[in-house]
Design a protein around this ligand. Sequence first.
Ligand code: ATP
Ligand code: MG
Length: 349
Amino acid sequence: TATSDVTDLTDLDADIRRDPAAHRVLTGDRPTGPLHLGHYFGSLRNRVHLQRLGVEMFLVIPDYQVITDRDIADHLAEHTENLVVDYLATGIDADRATIFTHSSVPALNQLLLPFLSLVSVAELHRNPTVKDEIAHSSQATVNGLMLTYPVHQAADILFCKADLVPVGKDQLPHLEVARTVARRFNERYPHPDGTTVFPRPRALLSSAPLLLGTDGGKMSKSRNNSVPLAADEDTTARLIKGAKTDTDRRISYDPAARPEVSNLLLLTALCQDRAPEEVAEEIGDGGAAALKRTATEAVNEHLRPIRARRAELAADRGHIRQVLRAGAERANATADATLTEVRAVMGSL
Ligand code: ATP
Ligand code: MG
């Protein structure tokens, strides 16, 4: 329902249409590599939809977060600019969205000090997504940032007072941290008139909150299992051909028993705006090879116009950098205003 902590667009649509100005969206993606189908169906499409409804949008590119699970942020400028290209190619309007990097908004990061004081070490250790990321990390030791980055994300969300966060399923524990931080901050430091500083942000899940990669795990930029939005059609075919499936020739949609086959069916269905069961029915006894051919065609066809726009946008780097500069300016103004308010309620720090 519209008041729960996790919602989807079917629940929210009417509410937003009535008063788009009552909402604000924050999301983002780490600049660790090219965006993939998981981002597109898991979050990007919802962002574009919300923006078209007239909701104000902040898109953070958390560059500092890259060093949670690696020593060096490789190709940072390139990855950052490519993210902006992906956003614009999928339909984000840069004139209305505030697109900025973490490092360009210092005031945002100052929120971390009060926020870190509001969570316990045990709570940080319990986070299931952090546990999963530690398990997949190539690092020999777990650094402190790995444990605290969900609190950074709380700062990303709360500095602009966002109430809606379109994300994939892996982000739900982090949204819980953001809500906890907001609630505890509001309780500890109310305005003298009893009003509170921060909203209670909600996760907005898409119909594909956890798209699987070609190895059967969560599709991720840094796990070498993704189909990038920017890939050409032959590469897309090769990647999908190499995806893990099973040996049952009869194709059926059963996410619990056949996650990989069901994932390809869902992917096809999302591209063609129909039900995965219907796609399964059509393929029948064709086996994994037919399923992969169908999925490849569906993905390539759906992405064709986006990829064409992407190629045009990628050719004008000056424009992409200008989008980031304008975004940083707007985000700084918002962060300064929030920090001033935070200092005031904390006792004029
Ligand atoms: P990395 O491997 O560097 O962590 P990632 O692929 O996990 O990259 P993020 O930048 O961590 O991507 O996530 C950005 C957003 O995309 C988050 O909201 C996340 O929930 C969503 N997302 C990422 N992967 C998927 C997926 N496979 N299915 C659905 N949503 C996803
Ligand atoms: Mg991730």
